[in-house]
Design a binder for this molecule. Sequence first.
Ligand SMILES: Nc1ncnc2c1ncn2[C@@H]1O[C@H](COP(=O)(O)OP(=O)(O)OP(=O)(O)O)[C@@H](O)[C@H]1O
Length: 318
Amino acid sequence: MNNPLSRPLIPTTDTVVLDVDGLRMRYGSTDVLHDVTFQARQGEVLTLLGPNGAGKTTTIEIMEGFRMRSAGRVQVLGTDPARGDEQWRARLGVVLQSWRDHGKWRIGELLTHLGAYYACYSTPRIRRPWDTDELIQAVGLTAHADKKIRMLSGGQRRRLDVAIGIVGRPELLFLDEPTAGLDPQARREFHDLVHRLAGEQQTTILLTTHDLDEAEQLADRIVILSGGRIIADGSAEELARQIAGQDQVRWTLDGQHRTHSTTDSTRFVHELFKQYGDAVGELEVRRASLEETYLTLVSQAESGRGGAAPRASKEAAR
Ligand SMILES: Nc1ncnc2c1ncn2[C@@H]1O[C@H](COP(=O)(O)OP(=O)(O)OP(=O)(O)O)[C@@H](O)[C@H]1O
């Protein structure tokens, strides 16, 4: 786990919510997904990264049941999305790009209207839909609840998109570039909301983003797709470890500045203190940012130097 904030309040369970095995997709004579395999567990935030055209949207649309796959096994909340019924669909949340319809409606009216469709899918464990006022507060739109949708700013609309995606209290939420167009404060609030959904409500979240800081902030696990293949699967730290020599340890000893590159900075620092104790000063460990790791892994994959993606272990998924 990379960020203490991303640790769920209730730990991620072992229940597999998303199970994709040997997924292939072909458009005409072009293969765009090759043997894609990954899983996500309940309460886990999984981020799908990859360059334009890598196959992220195709993968997500297959899981949402909007696109038929060419081959492979896909189970979403225990059901093959190609055969998902209304009851199954009510357990999913999808945040689509901006909601442009119903411009004359007010936020509260629209959410109450959409939420009503979920009432019959309530269960003893999950009361559906989300209470409109609570939901509006959760996405930070209380001050605008009575505004007509066409009067909202781009960022306010994006918050409304998220509210529409979660009004049915989904067990699995798909977020496609959710913070594009949000200002820094709205982005921060959105990140808090994702942490709350995953931590308090045990919602599994699959999101795509091109913002690597965001991925690092939010993801329990990161899956990188390149050219339709998974080239990496693990936490940000695990992915960084795949690239040899990326941690830089700096310190001073007898007034002299020293630097050392290592794949295991924890062990190195331990040895350093064991050997020199209090004589070590100004210690600094600089880990590769996710951006550096990502760019290296993608460029290795594109030049054919990448190895097979290590499958994330159960522990890595927590
Ligand atoms: N309906 C389609 N017919 C033919 N090819 C398609 C179709 N949809 C997508 N593709 C191709 O499949 C590949 C994967 O596209 P996809 O949209 O899944 O990528 P992506 O990772 O979501 O990209 P981006 O980051 O640009 O949104 C691309 O080469 C794209 O051109």
